[in-house]
Design a protein around this ligand. Structure first.
Ligand SMILES: Cc1cc2nc3c(=O)[nH]c(=O)nc-3n(C[C@H](O)[C@H](O)[C@H](O)COP(=O)(O)O)c2cc1C
Length: 316
């Protein structure tokens, strides 16, 4: 019997749907036992968000300051594999997942264990995953796969549809030009291919050698266009986040004026500097093609973006 621990947190339930699809082949196997812990913050984050509450949680998100979460019941299970499903908040793991990764439970259960991360987000996840890699590494866990599902539509469309969904709860398509918000249902359905591959991997004892189980299944695709933006965005979040954190704890009135100022600054940057930077980055990418490709492949580890095993595991 193989024991698989799934840890997840989802506000809208979208990531739970991904997990349900992905884990269905595992759940159907009598040789696999699944234990699913849903992380619950002691003080729930709102959904939909108010704009100020949304912005107010960026400093803690980027600085990985954990929120308080309900304790996870102690168990004496030793897990063969851990699947950690998280969404991205401000280019960082969401605060409830940061809290889990910093918990005594995680430190005990993930030590020397193979971990598969599953990300459901708009489209910018690379820096968040780098932070998760450090947290996993610090506790001696071994990342063997990373699976990423992103919101449907191009980045211009999701720049409108994702915030609209988060701030109003409305996921519907808009004016016939913007698609629905969130991950496409077919993407969620097809996540079962990872479950089939993980099942085959467990049968093959791949977890014992910390081998990737989800390679060749288009588990991730790093969009080169976003790498630099994520790096610059992280720097900006760190600088402003430090300032705002020094003004008081989350929710404190003293933070509000600077949060408003930062929002104005951010909007100004998005309409002025970002487009100019996009052109400059395009030129740099053309000159440094080789380097950018290497960087892409590095961030895509350990699962990669190849599709060589799709026909073996994708349900018809
Ligand atoms: C506070 C906050 C910040 C977010 N920041 C990002 C981000 O930096 N990059 C990204 O791709 N998505 C971002 N998202 C979108 C989430 O990753 C995710 O797609 C969405 O919240 C739905 O997740 P759910 O499963 O919790 O409902 C953010 C969402 C929230 C609530």
């Amino acid at each position: 019997m193989k024991k698989v621990l799934i840890v997840s947190y989802s506000q809208s339930g979208q990531l739970n749907e991904v997990i349900a699809s992905l884990s269905s082949p595992l759940a159907a196997d009598k040789h696999i036992q699944i234990i699913h812990h849903i992380i619950t913050p002691k003080k729930a984050y709102p959904f939909p968000w108010s704009f100020m509450t949304f912005m107010d949680c960026f400093p803690e998100s980027v600085y990985l300051d954990p929120c308080e979460i309900e304790a996870i019941d102690e168990d004496d299970n030793e897990y063969d594999l851990i699947i950690l499903a998280y969404q991205v908040w401000f280019l960082s793991p969401s605060l409830p997942i940061t809290a889990f990764l910093k918990s005594a439970y995680a430190k005990e259960k993930l030590k020397n264990k193979p971990v598969i991360t599953v990300i459901g987000c708009r489209n910018m996840w690379v820096m968040a995953q780098e932070k998760v890699k450090v947290l996993l590494n610090d506790m001696g866990a071994k990342l063997i796969d990373n699976i990423v599902l992103i919101d449907q539509g191009n980045s211009f469309a999701t720049f409108v549809t994702t915030p609209r969904w988060l701030l109003t709860g409305n996921k519907e398509s808009l004016w016939g030009i913007f698609p629905k918000a969130g991950i496409h249902p077919d993407e969620i359905k097809n996540a079962s291919r990872f479950g089939h591959a993980i099942k085959a991997g467990l049968q093959n004892n791949d977890e014992k050698n910390f081998n990737s189980m989800c390679h060749g299944l288009k588990a991730v695709n790093v969009n080169q266009k976003f790498i630099k933006s994520e790096q610059i965005g992280t720097k900006s979040f760190m600088i402003w986040g430090k300032l705002i954190r020094n003004l008081g704890p989350q929710g404190s009135a003293k933070r509000k004026p600077v949060l408003v100022l930062y929002t104005v600054f951010l909007i100004f940057m998005i309409v002025t500097v970002v487009p100019i930077n996009m052109v400059i980055q395009y030129i740099i990418r053309q000159i440094n093609k080789e380097k950018v490709l290497q960087e892409k492949e590095l961030y895509e580890l350990p699962s990669g973006s190849k599709d060589t095993r799709m026909k073996d595991f994708l349900e018809k």
